[in-house]
Design a protein around this ligand. Structure first.
Ligand code: NDP
Ligand code: 2IT
Length: 444
């Protein structure tokens, strides 16, 4: 479609230094060419042009003092991408690789993901190139306080509600919340992923990983593929990976390999997830120290070769572009049946399209990892109601949301082309919801 080609060219020339943003928008725009013929009103009202341009991008200095008394300066970001269906909502990432293009791609994806949850949340993302590895609790606290000292003026429970992502977990959210409360002189649900003692929701910690497995199960059930006794590989060993691994075990899968950014561990008998949680979540050590307890387990330097292990189910849960076309080919040769994305955009577009063409069951991130932000939405509801739901109630809601997302993206894929191509299903279903809201609100 000519119109779509022109938009892609515009992004290529205007945002040329942002390869991840180009990648994410290009995948979505390809899907939209299937739907815009039926909806000329969205072309007329410039919905797509407006969707690919963030509503607001904030970049700020984050100065802080390290334990040696030295002043350090990082760069902070918040990209408020789209507020057509609710306040901006999305995580904060602290990782040395963070730059504007990465935050923009994450914010763009978040718009569609949040729409798929069925909850009233717009899309945004933020973060910093601050590297939390090896920092003391005091340094983390001072960094978070400085970060929030600027961010607080831009956010609010009805404006923009950040949460965690890579490098931002319960500890960081606590420090960020404390500083917001102090500066704004207001106690509100301005962040999600809060501790249970100060307004957090039960199951938010587990939600992305659990939700990923609920989505995987819905997709596999629909295709008559039983997950019991299947072999799974999960990359990463952070928040998403750990709770994906627990739920995978509960559903009868055997998790044989997991990784961190240094390397991966492999045990054909299945891994001890409690130990991995202890190493990564509590002690904040390298995954390699797993071998201090299990001496015969294999450890390999570098995390990329994890996809060479034979498996039935692969769950990339670390970071963007961690699986390329070669990895996807290797997985298919080894007989993989399902790949579901816990991380955001962990597959290159070529790898994802190859899996779909090879008839592998493939759950794209926008749909498959929406469980985290969905429970964030439930946390916002509980904060507004000033009450807390019990664990079973949140879990039932999460399961129902993930099942609905699967049904919605699968039906949309059938309507607009190939029933098993959930890439187009997720992109189109998310788009239709946001596009209609944007059209009705006029050119803003
Ligand atoms: P964590 O910080 O808890 O864990 C990240 C994990 O990925 C760690 O094991 C880390 O290794 C590894 N990792 C990070 N960067 C790289 C890299 N460049 N190369 C190799 N490994 C890497 O983050 P989360 O688990 O929260 O996030 C993981 C993914 O899931 C991200 O893509 C995030 O955007 C996505 N996501 C997160 C949600 C959430 O609720 N937290 C919701 C939906 C998606 P190491 O320990 O060595 O740093
Ligand atoms: O990518 C994601 O969906 C998240 N990091 C969670 C966002 C949120 O607001 O809970």
């Amino acid at each position: 479609m000519e119109y779509i080609s022109e938009l892609k060219k515009k992004i290529l020339s205007r945002d040329k230094s942002e390869p991840e943003f180009i990648q994410a928008t290009s995948e979505v725009l390809d899907s939209l060419s299937l739907v815009l013929n039926d909806h000329p009103e969205y072309i007329k009202s410039g919905v797509v042009e407006r969707l690919i341009e963030p509503e607001r991008q904030i970049i700020f200095r984050v100065p802080w003092v390290d334990d040696a008394g030295i002043v350090r300066v990082n760069r902070g970001y918040r990209v408020e991408f789209n507020s057509a269906i609710g306040p901006y909502k999305g995580g904060l990432r602290f990782h040395s690789s963070v730059n504007l293009g990465i935050i923009k791609f994450l914010g763009f994806e978040q718009v569609f993901k949040n729409a798929l949850t069925g909850l009233p949340m717009g899309g945004g993302k933020g973060g910093s190139d601050f590297d939390p590895h090896g920092k003391s609790d005091g340094e983390i606290m001072r960094f978070c306080q400085s970060f929030m000292s600027e961010l607080y003026r831009h956010i609010g429970q009805f404006k923009d509600v950040p949460a965690g992502d890579i490098g931002v977990g319960a500890r960081e959210i606590g420090f960020l919340f404390g500083q917001y409360k102090r500066l704004a002189n207001e106690y509100s649900g301005v962040l999600t992923g809060k501790g249970l003692s100060y307004g957090g929701s039960l199951l938010r910690t587990e939600a992305t990983g659990y939700g990923l497995l609920y989505f995987l199960k819905a997709m596999c059930d629909d295709h008559g593929f039983d997950l019991k006794d299947r072999i799974a590989i999960i990359s990463g060993s952070g928040n998403v990976a750990i709770y994906a691994a627990y739920k995978a075990k509960e559903l009868g899968l055997r998790v044989v390999a997991m990784s961190d950014s240094s390397g991966y561990i492999y045990d054909p008998q299945g891994l001890d997830i409690d130990l991995i949680k202890e190493i990564k979540e509590v002690k904040r050590e390298r995954i390699k120290t797993y071998l201090d307890t299990y001496k015969d387990v294999q450890y390999h330097e570098g995390s990329k070769d994890i996809w060479k292990i034979k498996c039935d189910v692969a769950l990339p849960c670390a970071t963007q572009n961690e699986m390329d076309l070669e990895d996807a080919k290797e997985l298919v040769l080894n007989g993989v049946k399902a790949v579901c994305e816990g991380a955001n955009m962990p597959l290159s577009n070529e790898a994802a399209n190859y899996l779909v063409r090879s008839r592998v069951l493939y759950g794209p991130a926008k749909a498959a990892n929406a469980g985290g932000v969905a429970v964030s939405g439930l946390e916002m509801s509980q904060n507004s109601l000033r009450l807390s739901w019990d664990k079973d109630e949140v879990d039932l809601k999460l399961q129902s949301i993930m099942n609905n997302i699967y049904q919605n993206v699968s039906k949309t894929a059938q309507k607009y082309g190939d029933g098993d191509n959930l890439i187009i299903g997720a992109n189109i279903a998310g788009f239709l919801k946001v596009a209609e809201a944007m059209r009705l609100q006029g050119v803003v």
